[in-house]
Ligand binder design. Structure first.
Ligand code: HMG
Ligand code: MG
Length: 302
């Protein structure tokens, strides 16, 4: 029997993680066109925006307009990031399908990113999760700085497990583990996942690798070997957290898709339509994006 899964779910976070760190302001209409294109690629999950404070993330200040003007394709889950009760009210008014709460395994990154201690964050998120579930919405959790923090350096596996347990106790449906600043290596991923998989069901775990140091696909590969089948990625390799210095793009959806297709692992995503959507957003951003796939096709055509 093959050690590789037959199917992988790709969760496209480009319209949120991809754009939140982008200095070029993308017009609301262009975000809507882009999300509509992504909806037709076969992706089943798109994180479209975040309902955070607009002063903290100016690029996504149009969250409500984006969420209420896209064409919803049946079978696609449209999710948004929500930091607190105020964000939840807006997200529910905008009728998102899934709410994503987020916090960090590192005390300093948590404070820099959401202005609260880890302990103070629990009660805020517990209320959000409770209300979102009663709405009823599914809830995803994100845990950042799992493999290292830009302020504190190493983060212990015990700390990752302790915060994850609290998030699962709140009732989240899935937890995505973030290598926020792209420092993880495959051996470390194996070690962390080994501990996580002893405590939590693999179906509830997703991986969120940033590719700052070029190790993201290698980290995906080791996660696949360990039974993980849900990965977050951003088209073109866009992305990064503005409150994590040095953070750059997520693993590129187009590179991830290239690798999975070559390995005969199905995703349901159409490569040509995905490339069209990548070229669209590249053009709006006005520079060549970081994905290997986009670089390869630009050198083939020049
Ligand atoms: P705060 O200043 O502590 O908020 O910010 P507050 O509760 O003290 O309220 C202050 C004011 O903000 C009040 O208004 C609130 O109403 C308002 P005033 O009474 O002064 O007029 N306010 C809001 N307004 C709009 N939307 C809201 C909201 N909440 C309060 N939701 C807060 C706390 C969490 C809001 C802020 O720190 C924030 O917005 N942070 C977001 C940072 C962020 O988005 N970072 C990037 C996403 S995380 C990430 O990228 C990592 C990930 O990709 C995984 C990985 O890679 O590891 C997920
Ligand atoms: Mg991220």
């Amino acid at each position: 029997m093959s050690k590789w899964p037959k199917h992988v779910t790709i969760k496209e976070v480009g319209p949120r993680d991809g754009l939140q760190n982008e200095p070029t302001v993308i017009a609301t209409e262009d975000k809507i066109v882009w999300i509509n294109q992504l909806s037709k690629t076969g992706l089943t999950y798109i994180e479209i925006t975040s309902f955070v404070h607009p002063k903290w993330i100016p690029q996504l200040a149009d969250a409500f307009d984006v969420a209420t003007n896209i064409e919803r394709v049946p079978g696609v889950t449209y999710a948004a990031l929500v930091p607190n009760q105020k964000g939840l009210e807006k997200a529910l008014a905008a009728q998102v399908d899934e709410v994503s709460v987020f916090m960090s395994a590192s005390e300093t990154h948590n404070r820099k990113n959401i202005n609260k201690s880890i302990d103070d964050t629990y009660s805020v998120l517990a209320e959000v999760v409770h209300e979102a579930k009663s709405a009823p919405k599914t809830v995803r959790g994100y845990l950042s700085a799992v493999f290292g923090c830009p302020y504190e350096g190493a983060v212990s596996v015990d700390q990752v497990i302790s915060v994850s347990e609290k998030l699962f106790e709140m009732g989240i449906d899935e937890l995505s583990f973030g290598d926020t600043i792209g420092v993880a290596n495959p051996r470390q991923v194996e070690k962390v996942l080994d501990s996580l998989l002893k405590r939590f069901p693999k179906e509830k775990l997703a991986m969120h690798f940033h590719d700052t140091r070029g190790t993201a696909l290698a980290n995906v590969l080791v996660s696949l070997e360990m039974g993980i089948t849900t990965f977050d990625s951003s088209l073109g390799g866009l992305g990064g957290c503005p409150y994590a210095p040095g953070a750059s793009g997520n693993v590129a959806t187009d590179d991830l898709l290239y690798m999975l297709c070559g390995m005969n692992i199905s995703t349901g995503v159409d490569r040509e339509q995905l490339t069209e959507a990548a070229l669209f957003i590249q053009n709006k951003i006005g520079r060549t994006l970081n994905s290997h796939h986009l670089l390869a096709i630009s050198s083939c055509c020049s």
